[in-house]
Structures are given as C-alpha cells and as structure tokens.
Write a protein of this length. Structure first.
Ligand code: PEP
Length: 256
C-alpha cells in the first residue's frame, strides 16, 4: 500500500471538554507546537467552542471540526445542529458515529449513514468511526463487523464524495481506557477497511482514503502506530487536551 497517495491526519476529539475561553488558550498554545507538521492537523471541538476555535486557528495549519451533525437540513429537531450551520461557521470536518454517540445517544449504523451523507452533501469532510466491542473481538468477528459498519456508513456515498471521507478505526475497548491496540492489530483492521473500500469503489479510491486509528493513542505509542502501512494518522481523545502530548503525536505523523 502506498501511503504517499493519501493524507495522514491527526484529529483531536475534545469530547465535552473546554469552554470557549479555554479553547482559545489551548489552541494558542498548540499553534507553534504543530506549525511544522507534515500531516494534516484537525481539532474537533464542542459546538459552542467552534467560533472561538475558528478564530484562534485562523492563519495556522489547524483545521476545525465538529463532533457530530444532524442529518436533516433544518426543522423541528430541538437541540440539533445541521451541516449547513457548521459550514457557515467555517467548520471543515465532522466526526460521525463515535462509539460514545453509539453507546449513549442511540446512534446506529443507519443514522451514521444518514449523517455521513448529510455532511458530504454540505461539503464537509466526514470522519466516520467504526470499531468492535471487546466481546466482538473475543468472538473473532472484528473483521466482518468493521467491514459491515463501513459498508453501511457508505451506502449512497458517491465515488466523488469518497474523496471527503476519512474512516477512523476505533476499537471500543481502547477508547479512553488506556488500553491501546497493538500496532499489528490496528494495521490489520485498517487494512480490512481499505479492502472493503476497494470492493466498493476500486483500488485507487481505497489507496487514496485516509484511515486513522483511534483508541488511547498517546505521545508514547503514536510513532509506532502511525508508521504502520495502513494507518494514516489518528483520532485522539484524551491526549488532544494537552498541547504538548498532542504536538508530539502530530509530529510523529508524516504524509506519505
Ligand atoms: C476518541 O475519543 O476518539 C478516542 C480515541 O479517545 P482516547 O484517545 O481518549 O482513547
């Protein structure tokens, strides 16, 4: 697999952390530390932090993302945020189907697909999360499960739209637990996802798709994970809340 054909992306997922003023301070601290990155750098932040994040990141190499998006364009969906709303703020990326959304907020493969299509229709880049639970890994069904999640997420997504899809392989048992997949485990499942994309869109599209690993990636283990042939960067939770740790991860990832 030729890594030069796709971008490595290190994306932070702040989850429900940081107020707007904390957002400004943290991004200002991060900017000089990630300025020489040879990968793409993204911070996905809570909705209310987006304007502060966009302002703080202006003129830097940090792009801003959201952590979720609703699939309808507008209407009676109290508390929800549409892709057009994000677009108008200057958001470029959106995380879809994070395991915490699936676990606590009723997200299903079907709603992941609807959100993915809504994000892509609005021109956003969708970071689509897939991954198995520990029991599923123990049952030996990781590959089938992740392939199925990937296929359902991409139903109705055109080959052109695939250029704006990033897949994040996030084993649920590794998220926020301090338990990281081994580099081999991460690479093996990222390769399954790439083969799934190849079966749907062809080899060229599969080679051009960024597939991240996420799950307790940190300053110590990032270099080995992102060096894997099928791992194109990472989706980073806890370690994206600390400028120093995040910058070490960013600087471990290179394009191509
Ligand atoms: C995540 O939230 O996507 C994630 C990978 O979290 P953590 O890095 O904290 O495991």
């Amino acid at each position: 697999m030729n890594k030069a054909k796709r971008a490595a992306i290190i994306a932070g997922n702040w989850k429900m952390n940081n107020t707007p003023s904390q957002t400004t301070a943290l991004i200002n601290e991060m900017k000089p530390k990630v300025a020489d990155a040879s990968c793409k750098v993204v911070l996905c932040v809570p909705y209310v932090d987006i304007p502060a994040a966009i302002e703080a990141a202006k003129g830097s190499n940090i792009a801003i993302g959201a952590e979720n998006v609703h699939f309808e364009k507008s209407g009676a969906f109290t508390g929800e945020i549409s892709a057009d709303m994000l677009n108008e703020l200057g958001v470029e990326y959106v995380i879809i189907g994070h395991s915490e959304r699936r676990q606590y907020f009723g997200e299903t493969d079907e709603t992941v697909n609807k959100r993915t299509r809504a994000a892509l229709d609005a021109g956003l880049t969708a970071i689509v999360c897939v991954g198995e639970q520990l029991t599923e890994r123990e049952q030996g069904i990781t590959a089938e499960l992740v392939a199925m999640q990937t296929k359902i997420a991409l139903l109705g997504v055109s080959a052109e739209q695939m250029k704006k899809v990033v897949i994040a392989y996030e084993p649920v048992w590794a998220i926020g637990t301090g338990k990281t997949a081994t580099a081999e485990q991460a690479n093996e499942v990222c390769a399954v996802i790439r083969a799934t994309i190849a079966s749907l869109y062809g080899d060229e599209a599969a080679e051009a798709t960024t597939i991240q690993y996420g799950g307790s990636m940190n300053a110590k283990n990032a270099a080995e994970l992102v060096a894997q042939p099928d791992v194109d960067g990472g989706l980073i939770g806890g370690a994206s809340l600390k400028a120093e740790d995040f910058s070490v991860i960013v600087n471990a990832a290179t394009n191509g």
